[in-house]
Design a protein. Structure first.
Length: 111
């Protein structure tokens, strides 16, 4: 993978698993490329904003060795309000979808 040299800092741990936050990513970028935190925050924000904009416009995002992001249509349907049990019309929408790369899947199988 491209990011083999990145070592994430200690992360917050929940009862089940570690959680890596945007702040952790910013700190890792700042440490790895030796820039101030504010500049690293701008870099991370720019990347995430670019990804969101691409998905908004219907583009597919492909990061070699990691995976691809795209949106999928979800049809309108009738759902249920869990509190009252009443039927609710749920409108059609687009949902984000992530497909991991072959390299990422293989890496996770070795762990």
């Amino acid at each position: 993978m491209v990011c083999d040299n990145l070592r994430l800092p200690a992360v917050e741990t929940t009862a089940e698993r570690a959680v890596i936050t945007k702040t952790d990513l910013i700190e890792n970028v700042a440490h790895t490329i030796e820039v101030p935190l504010k500049e690293a925050a701008n870099i991370v924000e720019l990347i995430l904003d670019s990804m969101v904009h691409a998905l908004e416009t219907g583009d597919k995002i492909e990061i070699r060795g990691f995976g691809s992001f795209r949106t999928r249509p979800r049809n309108a349907r009738i759902g249920r309000n869990p509190r009252t049990g009443a039927s609710v019309q749920v409108p059609a929408k687009r949902i984000p979808y992530f497909r991991p790369s072959k390299e990422l899947r293989e890496l996770l199988q070795r762990i």
